[in-house]
Design a protein around this ligand. Structure first.
Ligand SMILES: [Zn+2]
Length: 375
């Protein structure tokens, strides 16, 4: 699948941000844009779907937390092997509990809920932690089992990894897990076959695409905002960008929940790419992880506000529990780049995170999907 950058001017993307305190209704229009997909040419059409917002007045964004420990991240994998994970002090419980506490303490105007992409390896060892997250009203989604980069696995290895992780999480929570995020955003141009595996394993959405240039992840020409990936067989894909529009465009047709709509029965996934700001023709990452730790908060706030207010889209934010843990054991033998990426500003992140929660509205991916209806 080749993504073409959208040629649609920003001011055409009408949406949201209505200053009313009641339940709002507004629309998402799905435009299917023509594109070359593995030599085939898809047709243009659009589908109208409505979105019912939460009860608050501002646009809500999506908060995601990747539940893995400090010794499991890819930046450290040159010195820490999977086989040795059990030898390290696990700090995932205390750090995740701290995040839950922070989320619990924020009321803006209601409790903040997020989507937690949990690693199967962690869930197996800390099932009570998964239950505590679930009990807090958050969504449990899947981060695979062993945190192996997708493009370093065969299709079958990948299938086994997600199958095992999904089953583990579903056994613990008693709920169907519908969302997936790849370790280190490793769905790239060379591992797009992963979409077919995810659809086959029953996932309804994915949040693995980072539309930037990076040394080990990224699809810089992918759409910057949520879109639908449709699988047409023989590894052919189409994508449809989701665009929000206002209530006055509403039709009289009865809405159907998007989850119960064609996505459930068709070969489709909704993709939630990590948010970026567009500066001088480049996608600049600001919405989580090391970028969030590195950049000054006022700059991040300005960029995220721009996404909400100018581009009129929700943004997708991500964080890891180890990023609020400056006391974590230091790992020797890392390259200076990996050291910088992992340890920069760990002592400032919790405070920044609290400011972010105070400045923006957040909810789960599932909330957004469940509030989308076909018109
Ligand atoms: Zn991860």
């Amino acid at each position: 699948m080749r993504f073409k950058p959208s040629t649609r001017p920003l001011q055409d993307c009408n949406i949201v941000s209505k200053e009313t305190a009641v339940l709002q209704h507004f629309f998402l229009i799905v435009n299917r844009k023509s594109q070359i997909v593995s030599g085939n040419f898809t047709t243009q059409h659009s589908t109208l779907i409505t979105y019912n917002s939460l009860t608050h007045s501002l646009m809500f964004n999506i908060l995601t937390i990747d539940i893995e420990d400090y010794f499991q991240v890819h930046a450290l994998s040159s010195v820490i092997k999977y086989e040795d994970w059990d030898k390290f002090e696990c700090r995932i419980e205390r750090n995740t509990d701290r995040i839950l506490e922070i989320l619990d303490s924020v009321r803006s105007p209601q409790k903040v809920q997020g989507t937690f992409f949990v690693l199967g390896w962690i869930a197996e060892r800390y099932p009570d932690l998964v239950r505590r997250i679930q009990k807090g009203g958050h969504e449990i989604a899947c981060h695979g089992y062993a945190h192996k980069l997708i493009y370093n696995q065969s299709k079958e290895e990948f299938r086994e990894d997600v199958k095992k992780a999904k089953a583990t999480l579903e056994d613990i929570t008693g709920n169907e897990v519908i969302g997936y995020r790849a370790p280190s955003y490793s769905i790239t141009e060379k591992s797009q076959w992963a979409f077919e595996v995810l659809v086959g394993e029953g996932f309804k959405y994915d949040s693995s695409i980072f539309p930037i240039r990076h040394d080990f992840y990224g699809m810089s020409n992918a759409p910057r905002f949520p879109f639908i990936i449709s699988l047409n067989g023989n590894n052919n894909f189409e994508f449809s960008v989701l665009n929000f529009e206002e209530q006055q465009h509403r039709t009289t047709s009865a809405p159907n929940n998007l989850l119960t709509h064609s996505l459930i029965n068709s070969n489709s996934l909704i993709e939630f790419p990590i948010s970026t700001v567009r500066i001088l023709g480049q996608n600049i990452p600001i919405s989580g992880g090391g970028y969030f730790r590195l950049l000054p908060y006022p700059l991040i706030k300005k960029g995220l506000k721009r996404i909400n207010e100018v581009e009129q889209k929700p943004f997708i934010f991500y964080m890891h529990p180890w990023e609020i843990d400056p006391e974590q054991p230091r790992i020797n033998g890392l390259s200076s780049r990996s050291k910088f990426r992992h340890y920069v500003n760990l002592n400032k992140t919790e405070n920044k995170f609290k400011r972010l929660l105070g400045d923006f509205q957040f909810s789960t991916v599932r909330d957004l999907i469940e509030n989308c209806s076909t018109a």
